[in-house]
Design a protein around this ligand. Structure first.
Ligand code: SF4
Length: 446
């Protein structure tokens, strides 16, 4: 079988994206607010944490969206949400062992920049009153260029934001019409000019392949047009069509979607366009300018993977605020209620709004480290990772992937063969002890 046929044969297998391990479908309600309280109190106050704030509101709904968000054109729900966020911040910090340092701060959604400059100032003042930002800490936020004024950009700069991320997905007008996101290139260019002029100099762009009415030529042209905007980083994801889970995706017609071959061609064309434009490929779906911190972290082997994908964040603790936000603590993962009403009711009642989570065993830790190495560096030495923890190497059946030439062994080291890096999720899945349950809930691998 040719390399391309092998890629195609495996591309439609459903695997997690492994932004955590165990993955979110294995979170359960046995992890509750009392357990999270204990985990928070046990944190080492001398070690910095990351803080993530989720804002589940957008001005309109993009039909491809897989995020926990809802559309609103009214100011009241956003204002009410902010009040509860501030209350949750108090609930969280009351359970920490002291005033902690922040190494990374991120706001995602939804569209967190839907908060007005005054509202963002209020939130950031509250965070700064309770945490200490480390010198050089990264503060990032997702923006929507369709609703982004000069005052918004100035407000972000004034409150210390250093990086902005925007979902572009495609610059093709036909694709934009098919996903309900009309956003011409010029609009993105204006938003980026505003950010840079204000002093928010680091910019990320998200692109998608596998969208309705997207062709290989269109995908390549979008990647080239995105590179013309000179972002520091790009992420290129495959559109996950799961209309049984995301009702608004039913507005996307199945017959408009490319097949597996088309998706693969589009992913290849975008990678080619971005590497030709001078970007370094990072992991399975990121690209960075060679002088960007993410490229440097890859080269120095300090790059990690968390819920935001690849990260330069050195902290092993991520605290989440807001509906559906996930916290990653040394002891395990905890997710807040996704339903804004349930989340808000818990906060108003003075309870941490925990919906579910999972405690991590020693074996989980070993498997997570192996999976992270495979997803980030395309190689891992499971026996060495386990030995460092005084444990035996985790078992995994890689025989089919080895026979297909996707995985190679060099002594105890496992390596994803060159040319098969888009299939890293399959090798990672071989180390997933939970995968036999819930695999259908994941997206296709490429
Ligand atoms: S702006 Fe982003 S979060 Fe909001 S609906 Fe569109 S894709 Fe989803």
């Amino acid at each position: 079988m040719s390399r391309r046929d092998t890629l195609l044969h495996h591309a439609t297998q459903r695997t997690p994206r492994y932004t955590s391990y165990p993955t979110a479908p294995h979170f359960h309600e046995g992890v509750d607010a009392a357990m999270l309280t204990g985990w928070l109190q046990a944190l080492d106050p001398a070690r910095p944490v990351s803080l993530y704030v989720h804002v589940p509101y957008c001005r309109s709904l993009c039909w491809y969206c897989g995020c926990n968000t809802r559309a609103t054109t009214r100011a009241e729900p956003v204002a009410a949400y902010l009040e509860k966020l501030l209350a949750e911040l108090d609930l969280l910090t009351a359970r920490l062992p002291g005033r902690m340092q922040i190494s990374h701060f991120a706001m995602g959604g939804g569209t967190p920049a839907i908060l007005s400059p005054d509202q963002i100032t209020r939130l950031m003042d509250a965070v700064r009153a309770r945490f200490e930002f480390q010198p050089g800490a990264e503060l990032s936020i997702e923006i929507d260029p369709r609703h982004f004024t000069r005052a918004d950009a100035d407000g972000l700069a004034r409150t210390g934001f250093t990086r902005a991320s925007t979902g572009v997905q495609s610059f093709d007008p036909a694709v934009q019409a098919a996903i309900n996101r009309i956003q011409p290139w010029e609009l993105a260019a204006i938003a980026f000019d505003r950010l840079r002029e204000a002093g928010v100099s680091a910019i990320n762009i998200d692109l998608l392949y596998g969208l309705p009415r997207q062709s290989t030529a269109s995908a390549r042209a979008s990647a080239e047009a995105a590179a013309d905007l000179m972002p520091d980083r790009l992420a290129v994801f495959g559109y996950a069509h799961v209309p049984h889970m995301m009702a608004h995706q039913r507005l996307i017609r199945d017959e408009d979607l490319p097949d597996a071959r088309g998706r693969l061609d589009q992913a290849d064309a975008m990678e080619d366009a971005l590497t030709q434009a001078g970007y370094q490929a990072i992991g399975i779906d990121h690209y960075a300018r060679p002088d960007d911190a993410m490229a440097r972290a890859l080269n120095t082997r300090t790059l990690k993977r968390n819920f935001q994908g690849y990260t330069t964040d050195p902290s092993d603790t991520l605290l989440g605020l807001g509906a559906s936000a996930i916290s990653a603590l040394p002891q395990g993962y905890v997710q807040a209620h996704s339903d804004v009403r349930a989340w808000g009711q818990a906060v108003e009642a003075g309870r941490l709004p925990v919906r579910r989570g999972v405690a991590i065993s020693d074996e989980d830790r070993i498997r997570r480290a192996v999976i992270e190495q495979l997803m980030t560096y395309f190689e891992a030495d499971p026996a060495a990772i386990a030995a460092a923890h005084g444990l035996p190497a985790p078992q995994a059946d890689l025989s089919a992937l080895e026979q297909a030439g996707i995985v190679m062994r060099e002594g105890a080291r496992i390596r994803i063969a060159p040319g098969y890096r888009p299939l890293a999720r399959l090798a990672a899945a071989a180390f997933d002890a939970y995968l036999t349950t819930g695999a259908a809930r994941h997206s296709v691998s490429v």
